[in-house]
Write a protein that binds this ligand. Structure first.
Ligand code: PLP
Length: 230
């Protein structure tokens, strides 16, 4: 096993432990391996160990990787960064999931540009659960209305909600933010939007996110190592 493959196995084991501690079913949490800033060769290594879901933030960087990895047809690409309106076409044509919908306009473009032969693009509404000014996402009180509007678009499928919890928050505050997400998902159901996904939890806060109901965790550095943005 390579170093990345060892890291990967250890993250899978940590998720299994978190599921068990939270009295949740085995494999009820899906791992998205966040590969931003890392080369396609690293993705290949983790793919060879069995991983299929990968998350990317920067559309241009990701698009180049889709070309390099075109021989791996069962890769599932999750866009977890902002999609500017001049990049929606790439995303509509090659992504499987977008976790960061916070504007109806972006969703409308993605739906219009989704090729007819492809299945609907799976999307989550990003919620600014911490209220930090630097964060993307809709305020919690606007999440249900946006999800309801997006659910009317023909070529998108609303799957649930996503957040990036506050990095500096203590355990109690993090828990409050994750539980608010769970509560919002319940309100989506009540509003008739049949969504089942809570995309939350990263390398630093995964066990707590799982305890609070995360269905998809997005983990980068614990698998691929420290990122160098230079
Ligand atoms: C980078 C990133 C992650 C992964 O973060 P790590 O701390 O490396 O696990 C998860 N979600 C989003 C939105 C990210 O941008």
């Amino acid at each position: 096993m390579t170093m990345l493959q060892q890291n990967y196995q250890s993250v899978l084991a940590q998720i299994a432990t978190a599921e068990k501690d939270a009295k949740r079913h085995d494999k009820s949490v899906r791992l998205i391996a966040v590969s931003k800033t890392f080369p396609a060769s690293d993705i290949r290594e983790v793919y060879a160990a069995g991983q299929r879901d990968f998350g990317e933030n920067y559309i241009q960087e990701w698009y180049a990787k889709t070309e390099e990895l075109a021989d791996l047809p069962d890769l599932v690409w999750h866009i977890i960064g902002q999609v500017q309106s001049n990049k929606t076409r790439f995303v509509a044509e090659r992504a499987h999931w977008v976790h960061t919908i916070d504007k109806l306009k972006t969703a409308e473009r993605l739906s219009a540009q989704r090729p007819q032969h492809m299945p609907p693009l799976q999307v989550c509404i990003e919620v600014n659960v911490s209220g930090e000014a630097s964060k993307h996402g809709v305020p919690p009180q606007e999440a249900v209305a946006l999800a309801a509007a997006v659910s009317k678009l023909a070529n998108l499928k609303v799957r649930g909600l996503m957040c990036v919890a506050e990095a500096a928050a203590g355990e109690d505050e993090l828990k409050r933010q994750f539980l608010l997400m769970r509560d919002l998902l319940g309100r989506l159901h009540a509003a008739g939007v049949g969504a089942d996904v809570l995309s939350m939890g990263m390398s630093a806060d995964m066990p707590l996110a799982v305890a609070c109901g995360a269905t998809h965790v997005r983990i980068g550095s614990a698998i691929f190592g420290k990122r160098n943005y230079a």
